[in-house]
Structure formats: C-alpha cells, structure tokens
Design a protein around this ligand. Structure first.
Ligand SMILES: [Zn+2]
Length: 145
C-alpha cells in the first residue's frame, strides 16, 4: 500500500478462540507462520485484558482478509467463541475500549477508509467473524471530522 488513499477498509476480526481460553501472541504467531505468513497477518491484536500489540506497519500489506489485503488494515480481538465453541461477541470492557481507540486513531489517519467486520466483506469467506455488527456499532466513528 503506497499512500493514505490505498487504505479503503478497516476490517475487524476475532481470533475464533474460546472466551475462557488464552490465545497468546506466541500461539497466533506460530499458527500464522504455519499458514505460510511471514509474521502475524493482522496489523493489531487485542488480548482479553486489553493488551494491544502491533504486527504490521500501517501501510504494510497484511494477511487477514482475501481479497482485501492490499487495501485494508486488519484488527483482531482475542475471542469470538463461547466456552462451548459457538460464535459469540466475547469482547471484554478492556477490549472494547482499546478497539474503539484504535478505530478512532485509524479513522483520523485514513478518513476515507470504511470500518467493517470480516463477514461483511463481499466475497470474503463467510464466517461469523467478528461475531458482532462492526459497521453498525462503529458507524459514528466515520462521521468524526
Ligand atoms: Zn476474520
């Protein structure tokens, strides 16, 4: 991605891990490397305790949502499954706070980029990810000038 205009989407994901289990940065790194990625495919990862890590530079092409990797930034929160393995919005208070903060910052940097959940992206492999309606919940951010 060459410039601010090349980022057209900000895509929210869940890690599809159970709400009562840890899915650490190390586990994610191992899993993404096993899929052939150089490093973690998301730009940001938010643990259940609100700890945020960044894994790609903002204009670096990620590996999180084909065929949109060349025009999007990916953010993933830890969770997305209930303790019995069903899709569920498991975001903690800390995760909601951090996610909102990142989205507001990214909106300021990339004002034309649209906030979407993974499952809302046309042509993306349909999944429940991120297990809540990201465009509805964060629509207000896009009207911040
Ligand atoms: Zn996803």
């Amino acid at each position: 991605m060459n410039d601010v205009k090349s980022v057209r989407w900000i895509i929210v994901h869940c890690s599809a891990s159970r709400e009562d289990r840890d899915y650490t940065v190390e586990q994610m790194l191992r899993d993404h490397k096993a899929r052939g990625f150089r490093t973690i495919g998301y730009h940001f990862y938010i643990r259940r305790n609100g700890e945020v890590t960044q894994h790609r530079h903002l204009l670096e092409v990620g590996a999180h949502c084909r065929p949109y990797n060349r025009c999007s930034i990916g953010i993933c929160y830890e969770g997305g499954l209930s303790s019995d393995g069903k899709p569920k919005d498991t975001r903690t208070k800390e995760q909601r706070e951090q996610l909102q903060e990142i989205l507001v910052k990214l909106h300021r940097l990339f004002p034309a980029a649209l906030i979407r959940g993974h499952t809302e992206m046309p042509g993306a492999v349909p999944k429940a990810c991120p297990c809540f309606n990201a465009s509805a919940e964060y629509h207000w951010i896009q009207s911040i000038v």
